[in-house]
Design a protein around this ligand. Structure first.
Ligand code: XMP
Length: 514
């Protein structure tokens, strides 16, 4: 398949470059920018990403020099363009003032990169350095209104660089510029479709697993549900075992819903494990968030191991709904390491590690981004309401019942959350919000209902706008919606006496409360 290879130098926009080009129908792969160059089969072009570094800094990441000798076209974006210039003898220096945001660009030379763009457009810049002197062999294709080279071309015809960010939606004609590079310049054929993915991935899974059983742990989230659907489409249903652990920390009716969806997709071996006691018992009396997370993580491992053993599947393969972004975050792609704010137990379990060592892991979604997983889910017959579900953390209500977790508190939270989410859906707000949920505070307050004194629990409504969960902004409800939803919760859930709205962004807060 025609592929654009992206060499990553750590820019916050690298993923965006990959996604934008995939949206055009061309497959992309991201690899560490400073590794020895190895072109995947079908590579028709290479992009050098941006970076938080400066090319003249000691230890700044640089490409394998073989990149500059390729016969396929190469496009440097921001740092990528400056790198190209620096490595060919040009000069890159700090700008007197860093340049962020919109900047007019004037196109001075006709080039396929700017086909359909016109003679000027509004670009998006994000840099502190700039090309000060071109390297020999390079010429300017376009400049900013303050005279800085915005796009350059090498006389060999294969190397181009842009100092702006065409991948950012605020960049006018950005998509056209990326399409011009991938299609016109590299000659890629648009062949990245979900139909093709189902075919290719299906064939690869069949070849890999043969007749061996495949076990998938289902969480109820979009990823594992779509992974299950793909396995059921690819393999005879008798070969596919789906295991769902009901932790007692799930949302209202969630377990029944998961069973219904997978049953409708043709699952024959659907194992629902009622493990509420395995989770709630060790959580009794524990209030410290990280301790709670570890207890829940450990309980998952214990229950998983016990139940998998009970199934007695022999030499089976373990399937996981790992996404492309998960691989990158875990260091297999770019190798970036994030600071641990919260322990996500569901990333690595000993069972997964053991199966990985044995070479018996199947990850049917590991080349996909979240939006592609949603599109794949729809293709496989999973409903809109399921693929558009907001993210739900592995530890479930365990991190939304603040302080000690008890069944009673989980029940109150389940009821309140159910009212909240239903209200959002009825009001047409659910799909406008990235993630919405209720939190139960360990705080009671005095109220009055029908002339009687009440002493009820406090529910927090949380709703955030985000694109990846890394940062988040508060969703701005109208006061009318807030008041009406609050009233619906207190009217329907007796134990709740007060509702508050969380107006903190991330940072400094996080999306979940624990
Ligand atoms: P925070 O609370 O860290 O959450 O801002 C960012 C996103 O991650 C989800 N989250 C989790 N997801 N296992 C998960 O699979 C976890 O342990 C976990 N903790 C938080 C959270 O719901 C939000 O979408």
């Amino acid at each position: 398949m025609d592929t654009i290879l992206i060499l990553d130098y750590g820019s916050q926009y690298t993923q965006l470059i990959a996604r934008r080009i995939r949206e055009l129908g061309v497959y992309t792969e991201i690899v560490p920018g400073d590794a020895a160059l190895k072109l995947p089969e079908g590579t028709k072009g290479v992009i050098l990403s941006g970076s938080p570094c400066s090319v003249y800094e000691e230890g700044a990441p640089a490409p394998d020099p073989a990149v500059y000798k390729l016969s396929v076209p190469v496009l440097g974006i921001c740092y990528g363009a400056q790198r190209m210039m620096h490595d060919h003898g040009g000069r890159v220096a700090a700008l007197p003032e860093r340049e962020y945001g919109r900047r007019p660009v004037l196109v001075s030379v006709k080039d396929p990169l700017f086909e359909g763009v016109g003679s000027s457009f509004m670009s998006w810049m994000s840099h502190g350095d700039s090309i000060e002197q071109l390297a020999p062999g390079f010429s300017v294709l376009a400049s900013t209104d303050n005279g800085i080279p915005a796009a350059v071309l090498h006389s060999g015809g294969t190397m181009r660089g842009v100092q702006f960010h065409p991948e950012v939606t605020h960049c006018e004609h950005g998509t056209t510029i990326l399409e011009n590079f991938a299609i016109r310049i590299c000659g890629c054929v648009k062949s990245w479709t979900m139909d093709r993915y189902i075919e290719e991935e299906g064939a690869a899974i069949r070849a890999r697993v043969g007749n061996a059983p495949v076990l998938l742990l289902i969480s109820g989230g979009v990823d594992s549900t779509v992974a299950g659907a793909l396995l059921l489409k690819t393999l005879p249903p008798q070969q596919v075992h789906l295991m769902y652990i009901d932790t007692g920390l799930m949302r209202k009716s969630e377990s029944e819903e998961v069973m219904r969806i997978l049953g409708a997709l043709g699952a024959k071996h659907l194992h629902r494990i009622d493990a509420e006691a395995d989770f709630l018992r060790p959580l009794a009396g524990v209030t410290e968030p990280e301790k709670k997370r570890h207890i829940i993580g450990d309980a998952f491992i214990t229950v998983q191991e016990r139940e998998v053993l009970r199934l007695g599947l022999g030499e089976y393969f373990l399937a996981q709904g790992t996404l492309y972004t998960d691989l990158i975050e875990s260091g297999k792609g770019v190798g970036k390491k994030a600071h641990v704010i919260k322990s996500h137990h569901n990333v690595r379990s000993p069972l997964v590690e053991q199966k990985r060592t044995e070479g018996r892991i199947v990850e049917p979604l590991d080349r996909l981004y979240k939006d592609e997983v949603r599109a794949l889910g729809l293709k496989l017959g999973i409903g809109e309401d399921v693929v558009r579900r907001h993210p739900f953390p592995g530890p479930g209500l365990g991190v939304r019942v603040l302080g000690e977790v008890t069944k009673e508190k989980c029940d109150i939270l389940r009821d309140a959350d159910d009212v909240y989410i239903r209200e959002l859906k009825t009001r047409g707000l659910y799909d406008k919000i990235w993630q919405a949920f209720c939190v139960l505070l360990p705080v009671r307050s005095v109220g009055v209902a029908g002339d009687v004194r009440t002493y009820g629990w406090t529910i927090v409504m949380r709703a955030v706008a985000s694109s990846d969960g890394m940062t988040a902004d508060v969703y701005e409800f109208s006061m009318k919606d807030l008041r009406e939803i609050s009233a619906a919760i207190t009217n329907k859930v007796k134990a709740v006496g007060r509702v508050v709205y969380d107006v903190s962004s991330k940072p400094p807060a996080t999306i979940e409360w624990e």
